[in-house]
Structures are given as C-alpha cells and as structure tokens.
Design a protein around this ligand. Structure first.
Ligand SMILES: *[C@@H]1O[C@H](CO)[C@@H](O)[C@H](O)[C@H]1NC(C)=O
Ligand SMILES: *[C@@H]1O[C@H](CO)[C@@H](O)[C@H](O)[C@H]1NC(C)=O
Ligand SMILES: *[C@@H]1O[C@H](CO)[C@@H](O)[C@H](O)[C@H]1NC(C)=O
Ligand SMILES: *[C@@H]1O[C@H](CO)[C@@H](O)[C@H](O)[C@H]1NC(C)=O
Length: 760
C-alpha cells in the first residue's frame, strides 16, 4: 500500500531540511506580507508552550497537551521544533553499523546497480554507487563524523534510497520517519492559462475558484518557484523521470482518487510563497505526530526518544534467529506498518459510487480501481474511456470490470478508447498481462526480464531447483508450489522466446554485462495454473479457458494511452506491451514549465519488487531443505529481522528484476534507463483540474481528431473504419470468469512475487 505523505515528508527533510516556513512572492514586487490563512488540510496548528528546554520534551508536552485538549484531532507542532527534537537524539553507533551491514545482502539484489553506477549519457540524474555510499556512511560512523542519529539516517536515505530514483527501492530509517510526518500548508497545481502557454504554479483554491485578485506563484522561499520544486524532485523523487517527478508535487483529481494524496509538495516543510501580484505569504510548516503503537509519554529526554521510536535498535542478535527452521506454507505476517495505510478506495454504501472530479461512470468496480465512461458531448460520441487507477485489486473483479466495460462500450457503438493511466503505480503483474490481452487477444506479449545473480540468489536457486525435478504445476495446491514457482526453480518461467529452459545453466548463466552478473532473459508463463487459476481463480486472457477473444476496438489507431508520468511497475509493463507490441500511441500531461516532448511512463520501470521479508521467508523455506554448510551460510545472511524492524513505517523493498526492451537485449540496458517519449504532450488547464472529463476531451481531440499537441502529435490514419465496432470487429460477449475454487491467501509467498507496485 502506498503512504504518499511520507514521501513528501522525506523529500522535505532531504532538501534543505525542514524549512520552517514558505513565502510566495509575485512579480509586481509589492511584497505585502499577509498573515497566513488557515491551513488547507484541516489540521490544527497549536503552538506548544516551550516550558521545557529538551527539544523532545517540548515535543512531548505539545503532544500531551493537545491530546487532552482535543482528543479527536491529530496533534501537530511547528516543523522546526519537531526537527530540533530529532536533531537532539545522539548517534547510536553500534546499532547503526549493524544496520548498514544488515542491508548488504538485500541491496545485493538491486538489479540495476551497475547501471546506476554508470548510467547512459542521456540519463537525467547523476550516477550513484550504492555500495560505495554504504561504505562511506559506515566509515563516517566509525569516525564519529555525524552530529546525531538523524544525520546519518538522512545520509542513508538521501544517497541510497533517494538518488537511485527507483520506486522499488525503499528503506525508511526509523527516527526519520516514525515520530513525525511533515506537512506544508499549501496544496499547489501547475496549469497553463490557455492550454498552450507554459504552465504556472498556483494555489489549488485559486485554480478551482479563481477570484479577481488571485495570482500565480513566482517564488518559493525567494527561489524561482519551478526551480524550487525541481530541486525537491531531483533530490529524492521515486520517479526516474524529472517531469514525472515534477507532476507528483501537485494536486490532481487522479492523485487524489488513486493515491489519496494532494501532491507531494503538501507533504512537508515550511515555505513562503510569493505571488505574481506582489503578495508574499508565509505559513509555518507543520509536523504531525505519529503515535498509536508508540507512546510519547515514555519520552523524557533525547535518549528515551531513541528508545521509544527506534525500538528495533534494541533487538538482540540471539532473539532474532534462535529458532529451528520450519517448513512454512505461508509467509509470516509482515511487520506491522505504522500508521496503517489509509483505507483504500472503498465506496460507501450510502453514496453513489463515483470518483470526485470525474464524470458519472458507465461502470465502476466496487473499489473504484477500474471505471469506464462515455463522453456525452457532441463530437465525442464515439469515445469510451477506461480509467485504471492501479493494477492492484481483486483479480477477478478487475478482469470482469474491464471485460464488461468493453462489452457495454462496443454495444453502445463506441469505436475509440482512451486508457487513462494517471496515478497508476502498478499492482499485480499478470493483471497487466490480462488487460493487454483483453485489448489485443491475438498479440503475444514480449516482456523480457532478468535478475541480478547475487550469491544469495544463487544459494536459493541451488537449493530449490533440485527439489523440483518431478514437480508439475497444477491448479490444486501442492507442497512444493511455494518452492517451485519461484524464479529460483530453473524449470519455472519461459525463456526469451517463450520456450522452456533446458538446464540450470540455460536459465541462470550467469551472463556478464557491464561488469555485473545476471540470469538469462526470461518471460512469465501466463499458462502456469499455479500463478493464475490457483492464485486468483481465473485464467489470463489468451490462455486456458480464456482463449478466442476478439479485439473490442480493432487496431492501435483507435486507442490512446493517457499518462501523468506516475505510471510505474505493472503500469510500465502494460504500457510496454501496448506501445511496443501493439503500436498504440500515447499522451503525457504536464511536466516542467518548458516546451518539448516528455515521457509518459515516468515511474520505475523495473518489473519486480521484493520486500526484504520475501527474501527472508524464501531463505527460511530453503533452510528447511538443505544442510549444505556453504548454502546454509549464504541463506543465513537473508535474515531481515533487524533491518526491517528499523524501517517500521513502511516495509523495505528492493527492485529485483530488470525489464529490458526486446530491441535492447544485446546491450542489456534496463528500460529504467531508456528515455521513451510520449507521442503527444498536453498541459493541464484549470478546467482539467476541476473536471477530469476535460482532460479526456483534449486527449480525444489530439488522438483521434487531428487536435494539436504542445509537443509532438498523433497523425491520423488515412482511413478509419466508419462502421460500428461490434459489426466491424465481431466482438462477442464472453462467458464470465469463473472462480476455480480456493484462491491463495494474499500473504502467501506466491502472491507476494506476483505483485509489482511502486513504493515510496
Ligand atoms: C501594492 O499593494 C497595494 C495594496 O494591495 C496596492 O495599493 C499597490 O498599488 C501595490 N503596489 C504595487 C507596486 O503593485
Ligand atoms: C495576490 O494573489 C494571491 C494568490 O491568488 C492572493 O491571495 C492575494 O490576495 C493577491 N493579492 C492582492 C494584493 O490582490
Ligand atoms: C527457448 O527454448 C526453446 C525450446 O527449448 C529453444 O528452441 C529456443 O532456442 C530457446 N530460446 C532462447 C532465446 O534461448
Ligand atoms: C477457439 O479457437 C480454436 C482455434 O481457432 C477452435 O479450435 C476452438 O474450437 C475455439 N473454441 C471456442 C470455445 O470457441
């Protein structure tokens, strides 16, 4: 699950470190200083009475007084004072070094590290050597170079998590993330006045209900506003593309619907904004207290602050893994993520199931992840819109919703399809495969990928592969399913041409490239009943009981992909099939205030993520099958107990699989490092912020009606079929998917490795 606020918080911490206010200034140079209007995010800002001098005691007192005065509200304090508390906590050196050493076996799985160290020349960010950084931080700790606990944690986050700009690589050190969440009292948008002039930055209220005097922002804390925001993004965004990162800082209806976020800018810092009319407004940034499983009453000084909020540091070695290896069929429960992620997207019974700022849907799934629309306006009668806020949902409900919407659209005579992928951070990998095959049932997708060949990866392969020589995957569960459906069984997966691997070496190589070692290229096997029928209770379209589908919208010229740059993980896999295998064109919205084309898929393009926990669980399973001392020694390294306990806010994850474009197999550059520009770029306008339907009309114009783009353009085919889709393509209603009995629990190791979703 995603908790976007944290990202903002960290982004703020990382960039100039918790500024204490924000001033906006305008070109008129009037410099009027207005007292801040109320914060837009509905939280209180009670200033603590600083009776104590220990900064963490000041924080605790602020917390306790607010909790007793207004029990229902989330307590807050000035961000600068909260940060003073964090800075007062002394370095705890031994546990810090233990953490850095414990991270190594997990970071060894990061599949693109050789390319991060030595990126192609057109990669937009500086190189980063993850293991070099780890060594540097470790020696700084050894040499007592840090002034406090939060300083080395920031160093770790900035340089090992932030700089790789990979949404599948996340580690949130405890002191940095557990006690507070940072909020900027501004929600911003980036809009073009007329759709063609360069976008400017505005406060959301001014875009939604502009007044006579409202004005756009020209400076933030005295720095050019766009520059200020770009700098935040280049520090630590989880997108590989700077325009996509820029977009994530702003409010959009899709971000709100899909991510429950108001844009990352809101999440942290204290800024002064200067508007173009000369007015400057300063508002203090806010720290929201986290509590729940943590007790602020236990904080009596900086030392007890550490004890309370860095609890993991006190776990002893022996307690961690003094247990006999046991054969497990399901993963142990993940470490509790705190605070609990927002309840996602569940519609309320008493309200119509619609998405705020979106038109009335023709069809919408209960969880709102899939919805479908027609544009009821003259000139757009032929257009249907499929909105996919993620690929993370009940598999069968998602599959059925897509299928049913296509049936309704075709029956209503719609011949054009917009697929709106704004805010889509991925989900279940095979859901992306299924959606592609519902649109192009006759095209076999081509998604080559590979893993980094680390010593612990090899130990798992050497343990698991021999166990699977007589294993046959079936829809009914068997003891060896967890072992034999992992990548580490050489007989599992398909080779680069969708055939079977012939040997251990055929799959695992290792192949060397750019100074690193990898497996051979491989493809998912969507016909494997364990990862389809057994896992989800249905087949992937094009396989098993779901063959003989026909195209609902005909060729690629009748379809367009709509992006806001956020698209990542499974969304990037789906996009690759749509663009490269089927030739569908795409439109990207927004971006930095410049001209020229931008990427649509700006999020992580790595094609698989593992929580550290998953590797630890697999190692535990493996240890129950081997006594070989060399293997046991390797497997024991994959114990995440300590490292995960020091990142309790969000489970730590690592990108374990590189996607490589079919045309790039020789040079092996991961798609993460390949710039793929969208065919057409459009700017957002105020009316689009108010109503998502306005975005679709602009997209339909550009894609199907010869409308202009601010960069690029989509050429119209010489001839377009004029007859209705149902006649033209013979699209038929197919039988509903049938649940094939028991489906796997969501925490089983198999389900865990079927997910690929961006993380902050
Ligand atoms: C500054 O603002 C004041 C009050 O709104 C206004 O009367 C004045 O004309 C402004 N000055 C400039 C230079 O814009
Ligand atoms: C300038 O614009 C800002 C933002 O729209 C607004 O809050 C402020 O009142 C304006 N100032 C004047 C003097 O009109
Ligand atoms: C994939 O496997 C098939 C059958 O084993 C083989 O004929 C084909 O050459 C293999 N493809 C690659 C790229 O190794
Ligand atoms: C599906 O197509 C295959 C080959 O075209 C055909 O043999 C088979 O009968 C079809 N099945 C159904 C259920 O239509």
């Amino acid at each position: 699950m995603k908790s976007l606020t944290i990202n903002v918080a960290l982004a703020t911490l990382l960039s100039g470190v918790v500024p204490t206010s924000a001033a906006v200034l305008s070109r008129g140079g009037n410099g009027t200083s207005c007292g801040g209007p109320k914060p837009t995010n509905g939280i209180t800002t009670a200033a603590p009475t600083p009776t104590a001098t220990e900064p963490c005691v000041v924080a605790r007192d602020a917390f306790t007084s607010q909790v007793s005065a207004s029990p229902g509200l989330v307590p807050t304090m000035a961000a600068s004072l909260a940060y003073d508390c964090l800075k007062s906590v002394p370095v705890h050196k031994e546990p810090a070094i233990r953490l850095l050493d414990g991270l190594k076996p997990f970071l060894e799985w990061q599949s693109d590290q050789a390319f991060l160290k030595n990126p192609p020349t057109d990669y937009p960010y500086p190189p980063v050597d993850i293991f070099g950084e780890l060594e540097r931080i470790r020696s700084n700790l050894e040499a007592n170079k840090y002034s406090g606990e939060v300083e080395w944690q920031e160093d770790l986050f900035k340089n090992i998590v932030g700089k790789p700009h990979n949404g599948h690589l996340a580690y949130h050190p405890d002191l940095l993330t557990v006690p507070f969440e940072w909020v900027r009292p501004w929600t911003l948008v980036s809009v073009s006045e007329d759709g063609t002039s360069l976008p400017v930055i505005k406060v959301l209220e001014d875009a939604v209900s502009p007044s006579e005097t409202s004005s756009h922002i020209i400076e933030i804390n005295g720095v050019d506003a766009a520059k200020f925001i770009e700098e935040r993004v280049s520090g630590s965004s989880n997108t590989q593309d700077p325009d996509a990162g820029y977009n994530t800082m702003f409010f959009s209806r899709a971000n709100k619907a899909g991510l429950q976020a108001n844009g990352y800018f809101e999440g942290g810092g204290r800024e002064s904004l200067t508007f173009a009319n000369g007015t400057t407004i300063v508002k203090p940034n806010i720290a929201r207290f986290h509590y729940g499983p943590y007790d602020w009453n236990n904080v009596v000084d900086a030392e007890t602050m550490h004890k309370e909020f860095c609890r993991g540091a006190y776990i002893t070695n022996t307690a961690a893994r003094d247990v006999k290896p046991i054969r497990r069929t399901t993963a142990p429960k993940g470490i509790r993520s705190y605070p609990q992620p927002p309840v996602s997207l569940v519609s309320r019974q008493d309200e119509p199931n619609t998405i705020d700022g979106y038109p009335e849907p023709v069809l919408i799934a209960d969880d709102q992840v899939v919805s479908g629309y027609f544009i009821d306006e003259p000139g757009f009668e032929d257009v249907a819109v499929l909105v996919l806020l993620s690929f993370s949902s009940d598999f069968v409900s998602f599959q059925s919703a897509v299928q049913n919407f296509f049936v309704e659209a075709v029956e209503a005579g719609k011949t054009k399809l917009i697929i709106d992928l704004q805010a889509n951070g991925g989900g279940t990998i095979l859901q992306g495969y299924d959606t592609f095959r519902q649109i192009f049932p006759d095209i076999i997708q081509d998604g080559p990928s590979r893993w980094r060949s680390s010593s612990t990866f090899e130990a798992l392969s050497q343990t698991f592969s021999p166990l699977c020589s007589n294993y046959m995957p079936t829809a009914d569960s068997q003891e060896l399913d967890n072992v034999c459906t992992t990548v580490n069984n050489w007989r599992n997966d398909l080779n680069g041409t969708n055939g079977r691997f012939t040997s251990y070496a055929d799959k695992f190589g290792p192949l060397t490239l750019s100074g690193d070692s990898y497996t051979n290229y491989m493809e998912w096997d969507p016909a494997n009943p364990v990862i389809t029928r057994q896992a989800f209770g249905t087949d992937i379209t094009g396989y098993g009981r779901r063959t003989n589908f026909t195209r609902p919208f005909g060729g690629p010229e009748n379809i367009v992909l709509l992006y806001d740059g956020y698209c990542a993980s499974t969304c990037s896999i789906f996009s690759q099939f749509m663009r490269h295998d089927a030739g569908v064109k795409s439109i990207a919205m927004g971006g930095r205030p410049n001209e020229g084309p931008i990427q649509g898929v700006g999020g992580v393009k790595g094609s698989q993520v593992y929580p550290f926990r998953q590797m630890s669980v697999l190692a535990e399973i493996a240890r129950s099958y081997t006594e070989d001392p060399t293997l046991v020694k390797e497997l024991q390294r994959l114990d995440d107990t300590y490292v995960s306990s020091r990142s309790p806010y969000q489970l730590p994850v690592v990108n374990v699989r590189d996607a490589v474009l079919p045309g790039e197999l020789e040079n092996g550059i991961p798609t993460q490092f390949v710039t793929e520009l969208a065919d057409c770029r459009l700017y957002w306008t105020e009316s689009m912020i108010q109503n998502t339907g306005e975005i679709w009309k602009a997209a339909a114009q550009a894609a199907f009606k010869g409308g202009k783009c601010v960069a690029g353009g989509i050429a119209q085919p010489a001839r377009r079929p004029q007859i209705t889709a149902s006649k033209s393509y013979g699209y038929r209603r197919h039988p509903q998917p049938v649940r094939g009995g028991q489906v796997l629990a969501s925490d089983s190791p198999i389900m865990q490795h079927l997910r690929v979703q961006v993380s902050d």
